[in-house]
Design a protein around this ligand. Structure first.
Ligand SMILES: [Mg+2]
Length: 343
């Protein structure tokens, strides 16, 4: 895949142009217990039009069956095999390192225990049980005693795999320590480095493609540093939605590996064709009548006069900002232009 300097064009709706959507969950499909606006209807339409839907999450704490039940309750029918989590990618990495039937020290929850069992590996909770490796994933039950057990085992020289290294997780009360923060405690105590399975790293993408058999997948996510970078590393196209973590300002400053192929307000973006962004003869960038250029080191919207909406304006701004960033090595100020679009 070549590095992109503008959002891509798709003449067909994305649900027709790609065979499988690899959807991130938190911030894309749901936020905590509740579905995100337009998610249920958009996914129902995409599925009815023949798009396969798979859900790909770095969260290793809940087994796929539990996640599928949650989705189904929200009105998004899903089976266990439609859900791929970083625990499964971590278990496959471990299975490649240890003898068949080996014991594995688990620091984490039921998601990891089930994923290991799928490979015939036996979860244990103490170094005294003779594990051949250590696997660490997020669970609310992980405390000092579990981190100490992991540290003893890692310091003894056992292979150490982390399901993911997301530093924080969103909760109803705010931002809380994620698996990356708990991994950092063991890293600090031992000086060792884990092998990591989750997005944006290749083991997670490999697990997803193995389990879905996708031929032409589209990654759909809300984070630039996990979802979009994972798609970039896997060489597949991606759709960024603004219902979670990423903001338009962050997107304008994104390096090549954090640039999605497409962008949309929410999952309705799956149902639509996506317009071209064109370089105009005066050097500005245009998208359905919205024009953007860099003037005096600042992004400007110049003469919006077409039928384009504010997301077309953002597409044009992305092209101008990314081109300038690649040329000059530093981001341009887009605050005024984004405010004009109402972002
Ligand atoms: Mg997310």
């Amino acid at each position: 895949m070549t590095d992109t300097q503008a959002p891509a064009r798709s003449d067909r709706p994305l649900m027709a142009a790609y065979d499988t959507a690899l959807l991130d969950l938190d911030g894309v499909v749901y936020a905590g217990a509740d579905a995100i606006e337009h998610a249920v209807d958009s996914l129902a339409t995409a599925r009815a039009e023949g798009m396969r839907l798979a859900y790909v999450t770095n969260n290793a704490s809940r087994p796929p069956r539990v996640v599928a039940e949650h989705l189904t309750e929200l009105g998004i029918p899903a089976e266990s095999e439609d859900v791929i989590n970083s625990a499964q990618a971590a278990a496959r990495l471990i299975a490649e390192k240890v003898p068949a039937g080996a014991k594995v020290l688990v620091v984490g929850g039921a998601g990891l225990v089930e994923a290991l069992a799928e490979h015939g590996l036996v979860a244990v909770r103490s170094l005294a049980d003779g594990p051949a490796a250590v696997v660490q994933g997020f669970d609310q039950s992980v405390g000092w005693a579990e981190l100490a057990e992991a540290s003893y085992a890692v310091a003894s020289g056992l292979p150490w795999v982390a399901s993911n290294t997301d530093l924080s997780i969103p909760t109803a009360r705010g931002v809380a320590p994620g698996n990356g923060t708990l991994v950092a405690a063991v890293r600090a105590a031992t000086g060792a480095e884990p092998e990591v399975a989750g997005k944006p790293l290749p083991p997670m993408h490999r697990e997803t493609v193995l389990r879905t058999g996708a031929k032409r997948p589209l990654v759909v996510g809300d984070r630039l540093d996990t979802d979009i970078e994972g798609a970039y590393n896997g060489g597949v196209d991606s759709l960024l939605v603004f219902t979670g973590v990423a903001t338009p300002a962050e997107l304008l400053a994104a390096p090549a590996k954090h640039r999605p192929s497409y962008l949309a307000a929410d999952l309705r973006g799956l149902l639509e064709a996506h317009p071209a962004v064109e370089r105009l003869s005066d050097g500005a960038f245009g998208c359905r009548g919205q024009r953007a250029e860099v003037v005096d080191g600042e992004l400007r919207l110049t003469g919006p006069d077409g039928e384009g909406d504010r997301y077309d304006g953002l597409r044009a701004l992305c092209a101008a900002a990314w081109t300038a960033l690649d040329r000059d090595g530093r981001p341009v100020d887009g605050r005024k232009a984004l405010a004009e679009l109402g972002f």
